[in-house]
Design a protein around this ligand. Structure first.
Ligand code: FES
Length: 115
C-alpha cells in the first residue's frame, strides 16, 4: 500500500506586498493572458477580473464606493463581495464579475491557481 498521498500542487501567484495595501488601493496586474484588479476596500481585499461582464470594459478606472465598483463605460454597478450586478430585474441577465480568492502568504498577497 502506498502511504504517500498525491497532493495537488497549486502554484501561488504573488501580486503585491501586503503592507502596500491601503483603503482605496486598486491596481491592475497581468497574469498570463488575464488582467486582474487587486482592490482593497474597507479592510477587505478583493481580486476580480478586469473585464466588465456587460461588454468587457476595463474596470480599473471604475469608482468604488459602498462595496461596489461602477463600470466607467455604461455605469453598471457590481458588488465586490458577490460579483453580482445591482439593479434588480433590469440587470438579471448580466453575468457576475469574475472573482478570485486573494490569499496572503507571508508578506505577499496573491492567489492560488487551480492548475
Ligand atoms: S461595459 Fe461595463 S457597463 Fe457596459
Amino acid at each position: 500500500m502506498n502511504l504517500l498521498k498525491r497532493v495537488p500542487i497549486m502554484p501561488f501567484i504573488a501580486l503585491e506586498k501586503s503592507h502596500r495595501l491601503h483603503d482605496g488601493y486598486c491596481r491592475r496586474f497581468r497574469v498570463g493572458r488575464t488582467q486582474v484588479l487587486l482592490i482593497h476596500y474597507q479592510g477587505v481585499t478583493h481580486l476580480i477580473g478586469d473585464a466588465c461582464p456587460h461588454a468587457g470594459a476595463s474596470l480599473k478606472k471604475g469608482r468604488i464606493d459602498q462595496g461596489c465598483i461602477h463600470c466607467p463605460k455604461h455605469g453598471l454597478v457590481f458588488e465586490l463581495a458577490s460579483g453580482r450586478a445591482r439593479g434588480g430585474d433590469v440587470v438579471a441577465d448580466i453575468p457576475s464579475l469574475t472573482r478570485y480568492a486573494p490569499e496572503r502568504r507571508g508578506d505577499e498577497i496573491g492567489f492560488y491557481t487551480g492548475d
